[in-house]
Design a binder for this molecule. Sequence first.
Ligand SMILES: [Zn+2]
Length: 339
Amino acid sequence: MHQILPSYKDPLFSILLIITIILVTVIATHGLSIYSKKRSKDDLLEFLNRFKSSDCVFDSNIIIFESSMLKPLTLLAKSFDISGEYHRAINIYLYLIDNTDDYRVKSRLLNELGELYLKAGFLERAKHIFIKILKYSPRNIKSLYHLSIVYEMLNEYDKALEIVEPLNILKENTEDLQNYLEYKKVLINHKNSKDKKIAILEKMIKDRPSLYRIILSDLFILNYSIAWRTLDYTRIKEVLDILWMLPKSKLDLDIISKHDTLSTIYYSKGYIEKPCVKSDIFSVDMLAISKKSGFDIGDLDFLYLCDKCKEFFSLSFNRCPNCMAINSIIVEEKIAKKC
Ligand SMILES: [Zn+2]
């Protein structure tokens, strides 16, 4: 025996031992990696099967998937998404995810599917998808943002705020998001009395300028006297629609009469008699000049532009309905004929 195996003191034995250990380690690591990938894939497929239903238009048993179908089908799904046919787009993504082996492609498609569920209002499904993506890719910034939106829409503000920290770690600027979520949390908290809410909002509007338009709008509903007191005269253009659409009963004539822009707005609107044409807002001044000349036939219409995605909307928003951005609204007024 001693003659067959080298002695442990033999340098050849040591070299053989080291090579054996390295080989065993490499094989074990490779095996674990394959097992882990297979488990992830099985886990993902099992997860996706929960969303499948008989209404999926693509049956993989009938339509055989080929890799060349990925791009055109993705484009088709996007066109359904743009036209608001979310149901059809969802079906295509489910089919593609089911038939794609590349995990990176699958992850991208999964993110698109989560966004579609979010847009279509399937919040629980969207939540599960983003949580699943983050389980395997915890640094996925897009999914973190989307998950915070889902929690916000589910009124789970503490969970939404928990996502701010990982975003900060990933060097994202989350100041506006945090302010917005904390504001929403105050507003939705049923334990806060009306007076307490007003007091908190009054402080917030001073300390957090990005929330100016949103909070001022709430204050005009909760307590219009306080809203008038907190009005920032340098930011009237941002809230022109809110001021224009106020009922006459909510005007503070003492404040309005001391400020030319406000006086012009409400002279144009027909709420005050004393002529004033000094608003520095072109449309409002035109209406005031017209009214002063005896042509009281004009009104203002408003459109709302998202500064991020450049889409126009006919209704005001806190979060852009298209790209979900916050603090991206730009109010644009135009002269219209009075109804
Ligand atoms: Zn947008």
